[in-house]
Design a protein around this ligand. Structure first.
Ligand code: CMP
Length: 141
């Protein structure tokens, strides 16, 4: 069993797709271990996306991610990190495969509706960025 962090970005929350997106993950066998809706501060957004700090889109990305509420969740399943990334589709919705969340709902590279951790290291960092140990309730509990 593996855990990963998924964030529904402001464009997904704004267009009322929270339930639809969670359903897609659940239908593919992933389970919700933790879930919350919140609005990030600019400082929090800059920390969350710190790996992109040298990228030209860092300022715009962090401004966008604080433009409205997001939903953060921890999902659990076999190969959850890879599975979630497959279900989300390519970063650019134009390049995403049919049936993926970004193909279905994504607007552009920035407003691409969902974020998912890209490695076990970032999953751990991102899970504890949003949640405390006591908030993580796996199927075994
Ligand atoms: P995400 O999975 O949240 O991780 C970093 C984000 O940066 C990525 O999704 C995109 O939303 C965003 N991003 C990546 N490349 C670009 C780009 N060229 N222009 C704007 N945003 C980008």
């Amino acid at each position: 069993m593996e855990r990963t962090l998924v964030m529904i970005k402001p464009d997904g929350v704004e267009r009322n797709f929270i339930g639809k997106i969670i359903s897609i993950f659940e239908e593919k066998g992933l389970r919700v271990v933790a879930l919350k809706k919140l609005k990030l501060s600019k400082e929090q957004a800059k920390t969350f996306y710190i790996v992109h700090k040298e990228r030209p889109f860092y300022e715009s990305l962090t401004d966008y991610i604080i433009s409205g509420p997001v939903v953060a969740m921890v999902l659990e399943g076999e190969n959850a990190i890879k599975k979630v990334r497959e279900i989300m589709g390519a970063t650019d919705p134009k390049e995403a495969e049919e049936g993926t969340i970004r193909k279905l709902f994504g607007v552009d590279k920035e407003k691409n509706t969902v974020h998912g951790s890209d490695s076990p290291e970032s999953a751990k960092k991102e899970i504890y960025f949003f949640f405390s140990e006591y908030e993580l309730i796996g199927a075994e509990k």
